[in-house]
Ligand binder design. Structure first.
Ligand code: HGY
Ligand code: MN
Ligand code: MN
Ligand code: MN
Length: 417
């Protein structure tokens, strides 16, 4: 095999200009003028615009474009059926009022890295593909990583058909309205078997690289995480005439539960967040009949996560009992701990010159889902504030370019051997 080239990220030169043009093109899609945040929800108009952009990028480069049975997009250089493919990519959807980088940085960097490989005249010996996985954030239907979970067989067609958005639209209805065939969805083992390595580049969602002074890092593991729905049922009544002692107010129980989540997470060294709530009837002068809150909790290991969630539920039940409120808790999704493949991780580090920091993360990714079936690795790009899932999410231009060059080095190292 040829000698490993000096890592381009370390060289710092050779700006891939295609990154900037693509970034500017994608930037306005689904962006809200007021907040500057993104609302690119699965199977909506903004998502369709992102998908059209992806397709145009593939076709303008002469890549073979396809959509898999689960609506994930693929752009191929080389024979998709040959096997042992090197695949890179991420997602283009967003959380409500999300940042510009979470997801799109990985997809845009993938196309830019491919351009860089062509500019280098790299002679690929393995097929190369770029992907856009559908509905990674789960912002619309409540379950994250739907596209990759379906492909990996971690979400069945039956369960996917039960998913509904806040307006009651089901996932298959949404897919169909967007012009995709929901009948076809399901596990795609033949496709995954043709992938020899999957590498996802992502903006870091923390400050480890900022603190270590590195532009690019490699992922070690993803914390186990899940989403639990807490339904607090009380009694709707008049806010002006109902004596405090006569109330069965689920908002009070919910509030105590939020505090318990904070307390238990701090005790355990984990995180727990109630970031979404729905209230019925949602009237300013009515005691609610129902408060529904979603708990997102994550920890470095399974035992710790179990401890936190069990303790939060116990606190909620005790408080509910005191307030005459009833409580149902439903686990809506769960992702066990992911340890990325050591051999591939070490190979990335070697390709990148051997001194790249290796970090764990509390964020979920399609790479985490795919890792059960495919050798998988991740590259992180420095985020100077650590802010993510917010319009304030940011990565410096030079760091994005360093990410593109690092990804190009990795793809060249993997696909040209
Ligand atoms: O980590 C998450 O919340 C999502 O999977 N990006
Ligand atoms: Mn995200
Ligand atoms: Mn993401
Ligand atoms: Mn009245």
């Amino acid at each position: 095999r040829p000698a490993t080239p000096a890592p381009a990220a370390a060289r710092g030169g050779g700006r891939p200009t295609s990154f900037h043009a693509m970034w500017d093109e994608l930037r306005p899609v689904g962006r809200h003028a007021d907040s500057g945040g993104y609302r690119r929800f699965a199977w909506t108009g903004a998502d369709a615009d992102c998908r059209a952009w992806f397709r145009a990028q593939a076709e303008s480069r002469g890549l073979a474009y396809e959509v898999d049975r689960n609506g994930n997009q693929w752009a191929w250089l080389g024979d998709p059926l040959a096997g042992d493919a090197v695949v890179t990519g991420s997602h283009l959807d967003s959380v409500p009022d999300g940042g510009a980088f979470d997801g799109p940085l990985g997809v845009v960097s993938s196309f830019a890295a491919l351009d860089e490989l062509r500019a280098r005249g790299a002679a690929l010996t393995r097929p190369l593909a770029i992907t856009n996985f559908g509905d990674e954030e789960g912002a619309r239907f409540g379950l994250a990583c739907v596209g990759s979970r379906l492909a990996a067989g971690q979400l069945t067609k039956e369960k996917a058909y039960e998913l509904r958005d806040a307006d009651g639209t089901t996932l298959p209805q949404a897919m169909e309205r967007a012009g995709y065939d929901p009948q076809a969805i399901g596990a795609d083992p033949e496709r995954l078997a043709r992938i020899g390595a999957f590498v996802e580049l992502h903006v870091e969602q923390g400050r480890a690289l900022d603190l270590s002074g590195d532009r690019v890092g490699i992922a070690s593991a993803i914390w186990p995480h899940g989403r639990w729905r807490f339904d607090f049922h009380g009694e709707a009544n008049h806010a002006g005439t109902t004596r405090l002692v006569d109330r069965r107010d689920p908002m009070l129980t919910y509030a105590e539960t939020v505090l318990a989540a904070r307390r238990e997470a701090a005790l355990a060294g984990a995180v727990a967040t109630f970031g979404k709530i729905s209230v019925e009837p949602n009237g300013v002068n009515a005691i609610p009949s129902l408060v529904r809150g979603w708990l997102d909790s994550r920890a470095a290991d399974q035992a710790t996560l179990d401890t936190v969630v069990t303790a939060v539920e116990k606190a909620a039940r005790e408080q509910a009992e005191r307030e005459g409120v009833s409580l149902d808790v439903v686990r809506e999704s769960f992702t066990p701990v992911v340890e990325f493949e050591h051999a591939l991780r070490d190979e990335l580090n070697r390709i990148l010159g051997g001194a790249v920091p290796v970090l764990g993360t509390g964020a979920g990714h399609d790479a985490g889902i795919l890792s059960a079936a495919v050798p998988t690795a991740m590259l992180f790009v420095r985020n100077p504030t650590g802010v993510s899932h917010s319009p304030r999410e940011f990565a410096a231009e030079d760091d994005c370019v360093a990410g593109v060059l690092a990804l190009a080095d990795v793809l060249e190292g993997l696909a040209c051997r």
